[in-house]
Design a protein around this ligand. Structure first.
Ligand code: HPA
Length: 262
């Protein structure tokens, strides 16, 4: 157990943990906070170098559900380490979290998912050739990745969205290392491989979470058409601008999903 957390929020046991991606940090304001702790005070938590990632752990409630919200993540491309989030994810599991809900900004490979569209992740493709469990020992490193994104949580996400009148697609997320964006040829390859959305995060966190025994749900916000599919110039500013514009819908869906989490 992490002493800093135990001191800041004695007896608090979160059920759902949430990682907020680029430009999506606003959801932290929807938490009735018990404690807010900067990552810098938390042993094993990452130091984020991306400006839009605040680097704070917010413990509190959303509706009746106790949550741990990670406002900001570290990415593989920041230091070339795929296990950046290991300390944070293991801590969430130790605190008693059952489910890790991963959010991200992503590029869309589908014309029916324009910028602003939401997508529940049903599966992923690791296109980087690296794994956050490199160097681990013991048989528990051979993690089963079938149904890594819990099918019941995907169903629940889609149901909650439907009931609230929020359009939510479902599909496969492909992980590219970044930080450069993909080439149009890479995106054509990704489409052939069966990907619906592309991004630079989430996949290593899913592997680490499954290793730690957490159920995983993933929600992507399309901030652009992937390279070669649209006419927009790709850049982090564009990602942030669309994420901020669409944050309200994503926030509402997250809030309803977590309030109704059983
Ligand atoms: N590619 C990779 N990561 C992204 C993209 C993209 O097009 N958009 C937002 N994150």
């Amino acid at each position: 157990m992490n002493d800093v957390i135990a001191r800041a929020a004695p007896e608090f046991q979160p059920k759902v943990a949430v990682v907020l991606g680029s430009g999506l940090g606003g959801f932290a304001d929807d938490v009735r906070a018990v404690a807010t702790i900067p990552y810098g005070d938390l042993p094993g938590f990452p130091q984020t170098t991306v400006g839009s990632h605040a680097g704070k752990l917010v413990l509190g409630h959303v509706g009746p559900t106790p949550v741990a919200v990670l406002q900001g993540r570290a990415h593989y491309y920041e230091r070339g380490r795929a296990d950046e989030m290991k300390g944070a994810i293991d801590t969430l599991a130790t605190l008693g979290c059952e489910t890790l809900l991963l959010t991200n900004a992503a590029g869309s490979l589908r014309l029916d998912m324009p910028p602003g569209a939401l997508m529940a992740i049903t599966d992923h493709i690791n296109f980087t050739g690296v794994n956050p469990l490199f160097g681990e020992t013991g048989d528990s490193r051979f993690v089963d990745m079938v149904d890594a994104y819990d099918p019941r949580l995907v169903e629940q996400m889609l149901l909650v969205a439907r009931q609230a009148g929020i359009a939510c697609h479902s599909g496969v997320y492909i992980w590219f290392s970044g930080p450069s964006f993909e080439t149009p040829a890479e995106i054509r390859a990704a489409r052939t491989l069966g990907a619906d959305a592309v991004g630079m995060s989430t996949v290593p966190e899913t592997v680490l979470a499954r290793r730690a025994g957490l159920r995983v749900a993933g929600l992507s916000l399309m901030t652009n058409y992937a390279a070669g599919l649209g006419n927009d110039k790709l850049g982090h500013e564009q990602t942030l601008a669309v994420a901020r514009e669409s944050d309200n819908r994503m926030r509402r869906l997250l809030r309803l999903f977590i309030e109704q989490y059983v």
